[in-house]
Design a protein around this ligand. Sequence first.
Ligand code: ZN
Length: 164
Amino acid sequence: MSNNDEKSSYEGLPVSLDKKLGVPVWNDVRELKLRYRMSLGKIKKFFSALSEGKIMATKCKHCGRIYFPPQADCPYCMRSDMEWVDVPNEGVLETFTIVNIKPTTFSHYDDYVLAIARFGDGIKVLAWLRVDEKSRVRIGMRVKLTVIKRIPEGYYTFELEPID
Ligand SMILES: [Zn+2]
C-alpha cells in the first residue's frame, strides 16, 4: 500500500501518517482538560508551612535521608518514621533550561527558567528560577528557595532565586 492509498482510505477522518512510525495515527479533535485532586495526607504540613512563607522537607529518622518535595515514607527503609526539617538557606545551581515553548497549560506565562539546585545534604530541588536577566544564569551560582505567589492564579508556591 503506498502513502497515497493510506491517505485516501482515511478521507474525512482526523487521521494522518506518522512519518517517524510509518503508521496512520488518530489525531483527536477534542482537547482534554485534567484537574488533579490529591489528598495531602501526611505531608499537609508542607502546604500549611508554605502558606506561612516556609519551605520544609522530610527527613527519615532511621537513615537520615532528606526528601524534597517531602515524602511521608522512606523508600530505602520502608518506614514512615519521618520528621520535618527546614531546607538549607543556600543551594548551588546544578543545571537549568530556558523554556520558550511551553505546555498548553503554561502558555499564559512568560518564558521561564526551569532549574535544579542542590541544597546541603543532597536535597535536589526542581523549580522555576526567578531572574530578571536570563542571560546571567550560570551553573554553580548560589541560589535560595523562596515562597512566591504564582501570578495570575494567586497561589503560594516556591521558586529558586539567585543570592546576590
Ligand atoms: Zn530511611
